[in-house]
Structure formats: C-alpha cells, structure tokens
Design a protein around this ligand. Sequence first.
Ligand SMILES: Cc1cc2nc3c(=O)[nH]c(=O)nc-3n(C[C@H](O)[C@H](O)[C@H](O)COP(=O)(O)OP(=O)(O)OC[C@H]3O[C@@H](n4cnc5c(N)ncnc54)[C@H](O)[C@@H]3O)c2cc1C
Length: 408
Amino acid sequence: MFSSKSTDFLKPYFLSNKVPYLDIYHFHYGRPPENALMGNVIASRVGHADDERVRRAGASGGVMTAVLLHLLETGRIDGAVVARQDVPASPSAAAVIATTRGEIMAAAQSVYVPVSILERLPDLEPGKNYAMTALPEEAILLRQLQRDRYAPALQIKWLLGPYTGTALKPGAIRCLLRASGVRDSDVIKSLKWRAGEWPGYLEIVMASGKVVRSKKVYYNFLIPFFITRGSLFSMDFTNEFCDLAVGDAWSPVFERLGGGHSVVLTRGVEMEKIILEMRAAGKLRLEDIELSRASEMHGHMLDFKKRGGYIRSRVLRRLGFAAPDYGVRPVPLPLSRWLVEAVVSSLFLCCGNRVARKFLEFVPEAVIGPVFNRLRLAWKAFSKPTKRKGLANLRMIAESGLDAGKNP
Ligand SMILES: Cc1cc2nc3c(=O)[nH]c(=O)nc-3n(C[C@H](O)[C@H](O)[C@H](O)COP(=O)(O)OP(=O)(O)OC[C@H]3O[C@@H](n4cnc5c(N)ncnc54)[C@H](O)[C@@H]3O)c2cc1C
C-alpha cells in the first residue's frame, strides 16, 4: 500500500518554512483570496449525496465520495488518490489509488491521523488522469508541484479536500485502547473514525473480538494530548487550494435532522460545472447558502486557524524554533485574542508530553469523554466573545503591507 518509489521530489519543499501562500494564490487563482476566512469561493452550499449508501458511508454527507464516483463513472478520471484507515490494520493510515467504484466507497470517511497522500504521486500511470483528496498542507504543496511542472502532479486534474480542524498523532489510538483495557498484543481489525449515525463515533474492532466505541464529541479529549504540528500551525481551515472543499454542516437544524449534512464550497470553474451537473442529475441534494452563513457554522475553527495559527507560529519563530511562515498576518488581532491564545497554547503544552499521555491511559474514556466535552463547551462559550470579535471583518495583510484578502 505504501509507495516503494523515492519521495525525494518532496524534499526541497520541506526544507523551507516559508509557505508561499500568496504566490500560490496568484499562480492558481490569478489573485489573492476574495474572502480572508474562506478563500476564493464560486458557490457555497449545504446538502448531501442523494444515494443513501454513499451518504451513510461518508463522514458527513458523502459529497466527496459522490463526486469522486461521478468523475470515475463519467470517464473524467482513471483513478483517485484517497486515504484509508484500515489498510493495513494498524493505527496508521495509507494513501491508496482507487480505480473502481468499490475502492472509492471503501475509502469514504475521514481519517484523522496523517496520511502521506503526495507520496503516491510517483505511482501514477503516465498518460492517465486522476483526482486526489488532500488536507490543506498537502493541497498547497500539490499546487507548488504543479507550478514547478512536476509531471505526476499535473496528472491530478481534480483536487478535493475536507475542511481540516485537527488531526491526531497515531499514538492517540493506542492510548485510547489502553484506557479501554485492550492489550497491546491485540491487533486492530478495523478502525472507523465516523461510524454510525452522523456525526458518528470512533469504532475500533480488535482481532480478539473486543469493540471500542467513542462518540465523536467524546474522543475530542484526545486533541490536546495528540494534536499534530500541522494542525497547530496551519492557517488554512477550509482547504483553500482545493477545487472542492467539504466540511460538516454544523447547525442545530441539521444536527436535529440527522442523516449527515455537508457544507460544500466550489473554488474551480470546472468543479462548479461538475456540481451543477450532478445536482441536475439528482446525484447531489444541495441548497445554495450565503457564504457568510457557511462561515458562521465554523467560527471557532476559523479563528483557531487564522488567528491562533498565526500567533502560535509567530511566537515559536520569535523563540528561535522552526514554524511555518505564511507571509500574511490577520487584522484585527486584539490583545484579548493573544491572551486567549496563551490559555489555549498552555493547555497544548501541558498535555502534549509523554507524562500527560501516560496518565491519560489510566483514565477511562467513559469518565474523561463527557467531562472534557463539558469543559470544552464551557471554554467555547467563555472565549466566544473574544474569538468572534472582529472575525467577520477579518483581513489578511501581506507582510509586504499589501491587502491579501478581506472579508466583505
Ligand atoms: C483530519 C481532519 C480534520 C477535520 N476537521 C474538521 C473540522 O474541524 N470541521 C469540519 O466541519 N470538518 C472537518 N473535517 C472534514 C469532515 O470530517 C469530512 O471529511 C467532510 O465533511 C467531508 O465529508 P464527506 O462525507 O463529503 O466525505 P466522504 O464522502 O467521507 O469522503 C472523504 C474523502 O476524503 C478522503 N480523506 C479522508 N481523510 C483524509 C486525509 N486525512 N487525507 C486525505 N484524504 C482524506 C477519503 O479517502 C475520502 O475519499 C475534517 C477531516 C479530516 C480528515
């Protein structure tokens, strides 16, 4: 499942901490983002796949899987580079090149541990066309590879990506298993992050027959202990370099309705045509919404990335450590937001070490899950006025002083 070919082509991009955010915006869209929070957007919608099997298989509304299937079945692609958690059965995940309907369906769902999607590029068959799913850090890297005319990157004709809040280090899985009384010698048979009814639960089936389940809102307690570096320092929540970006449509109305609902942004002209074609053919049930309504669904995470990501990277760089530099800064950034960040980052600092993680193995999920969820909601309510202050009018200023995207 893993590529045996060299990944040297990625090295030059990893050597620099500079993320050429504005350059790539100019290369790919011909201009900086029109909306500093959401990026360049042609249309924003909410909805789900019409096929109930696809919708249920997906993480939210099955939209990404439905689009990949449509691209394959209409001959626009020969395959799709996607992520699968349970192949091989371990806490890690793998990138796979899916060339059949069954393989695309098997890769539905979110994978919350890192997946080296781009490492599969050398395995693409020359002359064939592909789609790819990628997190924001890989999406911008793919656009850089395309700018630099790396041949396999040019075979990716369609780039789809999830909104990306937080990903976890694979160690989170073993920690949860130990806390659930599962022996280290027991092998993971299957692992689904979003099993069952939306928003779903983590389900791990062990070779011994033991099944560990944790509601999505409960296993969030793993985040401060196992959050990845990429999640902490990224300033891109809505996957701004993908032709199609999809997230959970968090709203009391959709959460009451259940069944799985996605918020869907098109950024590429050709992708917009595909979405309209699929809607007309009854393959997608999508309703247009204002972009401001779409951004309200994720105010907390947008702030976490756009302002929190900036503060965290800047502080680390000032302290002499390596951290990504996007070359832009968010405005406004009041003192109160720096203070809120001091609390958030202290939590990550206290929890993200070996001692804290070891301690976590002794606390049952049934105890820490609900307690953490209550604390999280209380903190969210307490910090909301500060985190939302000025967010609706957020602008990104290039370090050169130019306006790099406002929020009209
Ligand atoms: C790490 C991570 C964090 C996220 N955080 C948020 C959040 O904070 N808020 C929010 O609203 N939504 C978040 N999402 C997105 C959400 O979980 C769904 O992925 C999204 O709504 C699309 O749902 P869907 O049903 O259309 O996708 P599906 O039909 O389930 O298709 C998803 C496709 O993406 C691929 N994929 C899954 N994980 C990865 C990965 N890690 N790398 C590359 N490809 C992948 C799958 O192989 C599949 O082809 C996150 C997703 C991930 C992976």
